[in-house]
Design a protein. Structure first.
Length: 465
């Protein structure tokens, strides 16, 4: 991460010290400590002064040393369904790579693409979108599939440094990340939102309802816009079509038939996907479904992952990050800061019953601003505790207020707000400059075009009545 991004941590530290020195009159000592720690920790998460898991551990340490809140609040993230959803996603991600199922999917798509730039990017957009259902981890999708996409670009003659290659990598990376905001288990902000809503309001999000509400506009149409922008900005004529060349081993050719491990993994992921889709029938949390899928992948004798994979292949960093963010959300709610900030936000925005359009715009704008300061993962951490007060003051249903956060955190202004996008910028070799320009352009189009369409879709569904 660039040095200027790390400077975000400095004003956060100053703000936390200022809160300790000059707390608002309405703050109790407990609220002051909680507010200072929350601002400090979110600033570290946003600025990247330390690795995210180190920031999470530091948050836990400070909170317990200074008795900022009970341990059940500080460590609440560890027993949330969201935490175990991330764990399940990490295990599935490793299994997709280890069994060869990921390579098979990539090759199957590449072999069927005609040597037309539009066909290539549409195919890779479909592939990226498909992976959001297959792997419930944005980081996992990038790590598993980007190397395969780079090999596909090579096969079509798009060598490093060409505009065509840049467009191909942007297409897959963005289509593998952004539609995931509309599919409940697919990205960390979703599961943080889910965990916060469950713990603070007792509301269980439905996979199907969440997808119906967000996917058509912020998922599918956003993919269409990504493909259109890439075609307009980066299109080039493919130089060759060498998918069939046997001497080219940059993309390993899978065997013609599925291996036993691939079959078992496909069955496990397929069953998990069906359970996620039909959760409105069985009411099992997506987190426990993911945990069950992870167990089946890890179970000795299942033939999906070797026993050593748990210790050697799985990166547990995202789990600590998720637990830390959820702990901050719990701290904000427990301390009463949420209620105080909710009132301050309502007064500043002058929200009132009956002005639904203004309320929706204000909520999204406020959340987008929070995302710039605290990354998109911080949006539900900060905004979920405020939702109850906003709902009471405006007369808008709690569900609608909460769902505006998904609209906001799917509107990413710059890559530093979203760790998988940062990783994609590095793994693909695109760099932050190219990725930032495209990200900013997509954010502008999202706010100007997709947000009005999204709220129109909500209205058509009767969600805003």
């Amino acid at each position: 991460m660039a040095d200027w991004q790390k400077l975000i941590a400095v004003p956060a530290a100053v703000a936390s010290l200022a809160l300790l020195a000059w707390p608002p009159d309405a703050f109790t000592p407990e609220m002051t400590r909680a507010a200072a720690l929350s601002v400090f920790a979110l600033g570290l998460f946003a600025g990247g002064l330390f690795p995210e898991h180190v920031t999470a551990v530091l948050y836990f340490l400070i909170a317990m040393l200074f008795t900022v809140a009970p341990a059940s609040v500080i460590f609440s993230g560890f027993h949330s369904a969201a935490f175990w959803l991330v764990f399940g996603g990490l295990v599935i991600s490793v299994a997709v790579g280890e069994t060869g199922l990921g390579a098979r999917i990539a090759h199957a798509i590449a072999a069927r693409l005609r040597p037309s730039y539009l066909t290539i990017i549409v195919g890779l957009a479909v592939m990226g979108l498909a992976t959001t259902f297959l792997i419930p981890s944005g980081m996992g999708r990038i790590v598993v599939f980007v190397p395969l996409v780079m090999a596909v670009a090579d096969r079509f003659g798009f060598v490093e440094g060409t505009r065509g290659r840049t467009g191909i990598l942007i297409t897959f990376s963005f289509c593998a990340i952004f539609p995931g905001f509309t599919i409940l288990p697919a990205n960390v902000p979703n599961v943080v939102l889910m965990g916060g809503i469950e713990s603070q309001y007792g509301v269980h999000l439905s996979y199907a309802e969440y997808m119906l509400l967000h996917f058509p506009v912020l998922g599918f149409l956003k993919c269409v816009i990504i493909v259109t922008l890439v075609w307009l900005l980066y299109r080039e004529t493919p130089r060759q079509h060498v998918v069939e060349r046997q001497e080219d081993r940059s993309l390993p050719l899978p065997s013609k038939s599925l291996g036993n491990a691939e079959r078992r993994l496909a069955a496990i992921v397929g069953a998990a996907l069906l359970l996620w889709i039909f959760d409105f029938l069985h009411h099992i949390s997506p987190g426990w479904i993911a945990l069950g899928a992870a167990f089946l992948c890890l179970m000795p004798g299942a033939g999906v992952l070797p026993p050593a994979a748990f210790a050697t292949k799985i990166n547990f960093t995202p789990m600590f990050t998720t637990a830390g963010i959820l702990g901050i959300a719990g701290l904000v709610a427990h301390s009463g800061i949420g209620e105080y900030l909710g009132q301050a936000m309502l007064e500043a925005a002058d929200l009132s019953p009956g002005d639904q359009g203004k309320t929706l715009i204000s909520l999204v704008a406020t959340s987008v601003g929070v995302g710039l300061a605290a990354t998109v993962v911080g949006i539900p951490a900060v905004m979920v505790p405020l939702a109850g007060g906003v709902s009471e003051a405006t007369g808008m249903s709690l569900d609608v207020v909460l769902m505006t956060q998904a609209v906001a955190y799917s509107t990413v202004i710059l890559p530093y707000q979203l760790p998988p996008l940062l990783v994609a910028a590095q793994v693909t070799g695109l760099g932050l400059a190219v990725t930032s320009r495209f990200c900013l352009l997509l954010a502008v189009i999202t706010m100007v075009v997709l947000l009005p369409l999204d709220f129109l879709w909500w209205s058509m569904l009767g969600y805003l009545d």
